[in-house]
Ligand binder design. Structure first.
Ligand code: F6P
Length: 324
């Protein structure tokens, strides 16, 4: 392998820039060329490439988003799209790819590898933390800290006005962010897709806590929660079924994806970039780099996509006890 291409794809996540920096600098360290590919699979199909050296990535370790930009591509899902991408890689003499993203990104990389036997290595970058084979994806830690900060601020209003706040956090199919920030932010209840609390139990629990003397409350709701109502319907339902609270909704949205990466995410990204490049140089392909028991480990891309990233049920119990 003489030249490696790196790209970011899917939803951006804090730490992606630190990962790009690490891939580029590890290539430089091993005296091989590195090419930045813009806009994920879109740029791959169009040949939107730029040679990068150690200096091209100066001053980005602390930056949120991704300097290579990101996209969710429909065309790459087609055989023609992937054929185009392959031609561009041949033209640019790129021998291997490092893909930074989530399960959609890895699915594309896996199919591409199967079709063209092209070496690929994945780095998990998504705030959702919904990837099997790593305890932490890039951006998860930063996003949690961002959300806890937001909850702390909303709590000021909740307690000043004796209000009940439903706060929606990201997590399309999983409750990792909700569960952790719920505990850290002192939430009364946490609603996640993995556990359906049920509307009645939710209202009962809120009534109980009201009776016990609480004058304000925070309920953290994962966006993928399966309670059967969206957060505004949920608010109306609770409004109608319990008295004594002024109820409000706050949907945090994309502010959760932005901002300077935490120390944890910067270190993780740096480690993952080194492991991804060095694994490719050792002739490995079709793996995702992950953090397991504080070691960099490789998981076959296929397992990373199909495996389930389980939530830690102990956390639910801790949350229940804390809201006593
Ligand atoms: O996968 C990361 C994520 O932020 C999810 O939590 C969220 O559901 C989704 O991306 C939002 O995607 P978009 O930015 O394309 O609206």
């Amino acid at each position: 392998i003489k030249k490696i291409g790196v790209f970011t794809s899917g939803g951006d996540a804090p730490g992606m820039n630190a990962a790009i920096r690490s891939v580029v600098r590890t290539c430089a360290y091993h005296n091989i060329e590195c090419v930045g590919i813009y806009r994920g699979y879109e740029g791959l199909m169009e040949g939107d490439f730029e040679p990068m050296n150690a200096r091209s990535v100066k001053g980005i370790i602390n930056k949120g988003g991704t300097i290579l930009k990101s996209a969710r591509s429909q065309e790459f899902r087609t055989k023609e799209g992937r054929e185009k991408a392959h031609q561009q890689l041949i033209k640019a003499e790129i021998d291997a790819l490092v893909a930074v993203g989530g399960d959609g990104t890895f699915t594309g990389a896996l199919i591409f590898n199967e079709e063209f036997d092209f070496p690929v290595m994945g780095i998990p970058g998504t705030i959702d933390n919904d990837i099997f084979g790593t305890t932490h994806t890039l951006g998860f830690d930063t996003a949690q800290n961002t959300v806890v900060d937001a909850i702390d601020k909303i709590r000021d209003t909740a307690s000043s006005h004796n209000r009940l706040f439903f706060i929606e956090v990201m997590g399309r199919d999983v409750g990792h962010i909700a569960l952790n920030v719920g505990i850290a932010g002192g939430a009364e209840e946490i609603l996640i897709p993995e556990e359906d609390l049920g509307l009645d139990r939710l209202v009962e629990s809120l009534k109980r806590s009201r009776k016990s003397g609480k004058t304000s409350s925070i309920v953290v709701v994962a966006e993928g929660d399966k309670i059967g109502k969206n957060i505004f319907e949920l608010k109306d339902y609770v409004d109608e079924n319990m008295e004594g609270y002024d109820v409000r909704v706050s949907v945090l949205g994309h502010m959760q994806r932005g901002g300077s990466p935490s120390c944890f995410d910067r270190v993780l990204a740096s480690r993952m970039g080194v492991k991804a490049v060095e694994s490719l140089l050792e002739g490995k392909s079709n793996y995702m780099v992950g953090l397991l028991k504080n070691k960099m480990e490789l998981t076959p891309l296929d397992n990373a996509i199909k495996g389930k990233s389980k939530i830690n049920l102990e956390l639910l119990r801790v949350s229940d006890i804390m809201s006593t």
